[in-house]
Design a protein. Structure first.
Length: 255
């Protein structure tokens, strides 16, 4: 009897121990861990609708932790001149000192990411830009820089798309450069339908900017639709009648 009683007690304690670990696992927030790695996509915190219609909701994450090795100056591009590297390092070291005292200074984080990018530490720059987006979720600059990094340096087009979309939504109608970046991305990526959709969105958002009408004209020309190519190039010229480059393109289309 006594032996069976001891066995029951041991089993009960074992069950309680398993229950405790299950509870802890289910309630564990991996992004709160000091050494948690940053997911390049998940850390953008949300997926942006392709309609670009409204700002992304979100608040500053004051408890966000900087990425590992954020304060390490890692020279990955060995072709850079010594003078160039020393100039970048001077700026980098100065910003590290400032950020060690106050980790909420957004502009310094973006500049730090730029410094890492300029010496070829692309993944280090990526993590810095992502962190900057965490502490200022409604900014456009860090997401635009992140998109450029993914598109032109890391060649990760899906992640570039997410970053550029976030920049487009956050900036609203104040700046057309990010939606132009997204158009260029779809062109490089070969996503012709998304390229067209985004050009039309740009024309709707920025109706007085001829470059988007020129892009739409060229898109139609590549698609073999010369009629619509002429229509959009003419619209571009109507907005900027003195633009000789547009005049020449229109004349060539009409030949």
């Amino acid at each position: 009897m006594k032996k069976n009683f001891i066995i029951y007690i041991i089993l009960a304690l074992f069950v309680l121990l398993i229950g405790f670990f299950v509870y802890k696992y289910k309630n564990l927030d991996v992004f709160s861990l000091p050494n948690a790695s940053i997911s390049p996509v998940a850390s953008l915190t949300s997926t942006v609708s392709p309609s670009f219609s409204s700002p992304v909701s979100g608040s500053t994450q004051l408890n966000a932790e900087p990425p590992l090795e954020w304060d390490k100056f890692l020279i990955k591009d060995k072709t850079l001149s010594e003078d160039y590297v020393l100039r970048i390092k001077k700026d980098f070291d100065g910003r590290v000192v400032v950020l060690q005292k106050n980790k909420t200074l957004f502009n310094d984080w973006v500049a730090l990411g730029n410094d890492k990018k300029q010496v070829g530490d692309y993944y280090g720059a990526r993590d810095i830009y992502i962190f900057a987006g965490q502490i200022r979720p409604l900014n456009s600059l860090s997401f635009g820089n992140l998109g450029d990094l993914y598109m032109n340096f890391l060649k990760d087009y899906p992640s570039a798309e997410i970053a550029f979309k976030r920049a487009v939504v956050n900036v609203g109608n104040e700046n057309s450069s990010y939606i132009r970046n997204l158009i260029d991305l779809y062109n490089f990526w070969g996503k012709k339908d998304l390229e067209k959709q985004t050009i039309l969105e740009a024309i709707s958002k920025f109706p007085k900017e001829p470059p988007f009408l020129v892009l739409m004209s060229r898109w139609y020309l590549q698609a073999g639709d010369k009629t619509n190519a002429i229509v959009y190039m003419q619209k571009a010229l109507d907005l900027d009648p003195q633009n000789q480059a547009i005049q020449r393109e229109l004349e060539n289309l009409k030949k």
